[in-house]
Design a protein around this ligand. Structure first.
Ligand code: SF4
Ligand code: SF4
Length: 332
């Protein structure tokens, strides 16, 4: 099975419960950013630029766990910044696991070697390592030599210790897809459990011509779709069909609510109009109808997983064909 049975079970139970209660807006993944502090300055990173003024701020452990309690999402992505720079990261991981939730911890891998000695493998815990190409490309995008080798060594050690590991690759304008195929072969060879792929989002704060526009994304992802047949992708088949222009999806901005040191970020993980003090206020006060492709010009080129994977998940029940496809994919 592609995903652990416990994750499938908890997600299905949660979605069915919300549908039976006729709740139409419910979150799937809490994006928790305890700090935006990072040990890198990657060329495509919107976070360290948007939050440059508050980059040293950190949420308290209580505020982090309080956010996990406020937001009913069954999955928590601990991200940042670099989460291993957050001094309470290990207590945070344990606290989230104690609450029976699932964790994806996103890291650039630089501090993974030491961190692995302070964590334990758990059915509900997955490490998600940022990998943007083979050595030359990855080190150039992350703007530091040695980042590729360190991340690969970290992945090997994590697998040896029994951790579940996936990787996350961003496709930029200049990404060479033959190189990405070689990268995925290498990651598969060293035992990575799943591969996530998405186009980069054109952050205003980055302001560089790194990012693909909609038509270019659809063209590039025709090839990436072929790769999804060859390698063990965690990105869903419906999302991949959407990325190559074969399927229409509306965005679900509340699917991945984001909490960071400034508060609950609205309307989504990618664009910011407001920070609210509580999850409830963010959900109630955001005018959701204002956002999405064709409604807000910042959304025009967006095809990001945080906006569209939740749509895939909440739409699955609508078509038997999609249910069957997802079951087959998950079992493969
Ligand atoms: S490692 Fe992540 S948070 Fe840090 S600069 Fe790179 S993309 Fe941004
Ligand atoms: S389309 Fe993208 S940027 Fe716009 S609200 Fe949805 S997820 Fe956010």
């Amino acid at each position: 099975m592609r995903f652990p049975w416990r994750l499938n079970y908890d997600l299905t139970k949660y979605i069915v419960k919300n549908k039976l209660k006729k709740i139409d807006k419910f979150p799937l993944v809490l994006m928790l950013e305890p700090t935006h502090l990072c040990n890198l300055a990657c060329s495509g990173c919107g976070r360290i630029r948007e939050y440059a003024g508050t980059i040293k701020e950190m949420m308290s452990l209580d505020a982090c766990l309080g956010s996990v309690d406020q937001c009913p999402a069954p999955v928590v992505t601990i991200t940042g910044g670099e989460p291993f720079l957050y001094p309470h990261v290990y207590e945070l991981i344990e606290g989230v696991l104690e609450r029976g939730k699932h964790i994806y911890l996103c890291t650039n891998g630089l501090l993974l070697d030491q961190a692995l000695d302070r964590m334990r493998p758990h059915d509900n815990f997955t490490l998600n390592i940022h990998m943007d190409g083979l050595e030359g490309t990855h080190d150039r995008i992350l703007e530091r030599k040695g980042t590729f080798k360190t991340a690969i060594e970290g992945i090997k050690k994590a697998k040896k210790l029994g951790f579940r590991v996936c990787t996350n690759t961003t496709i930029f304008k200049e990404t060479d897809l033959l190189e990405i195929e070689m990268l995925f072969s290498l990651l598969t060879e060293i035992g990575v459990d799943g591969i996530l792929v998405a186009p980069g989002f054109g952050y205003e704060a980055v302001g560089e011509k790194l990012f693909l526009e909609r038509r270019e994304i659809e063209k590039k992802f025709e090839h990436v779709f072929d790769l999804s047949k060859k390698f063990r992708f965690y990105s869903t088949p419906m999302y991949m069909q959407f990325l190559k222009g074969e399927k229409k999806l509306e965005c679900t901005p509340w699917g991945n609510p984001t909490r960071n040191p400034r508060g609950w970020k609205a309307p989504c993980y990618l664009i910011t109009d407001e920070h609210y003090p509580t999850y409830g206020e963010m959900m109630a006060k955001t005018d959701w109808g204002k956002y999405g492709v064709g409604k807000d010009e910042r959304c025009a080129q967006c095809m990001m997983h945080c906006g569209f994977e939740p749509t895939v998940v909440s739409e699955i029940g609508k078509s038997w064909k999609d249910i069957w496809e997802m079951m087959k994919w998950n079992m493969s």
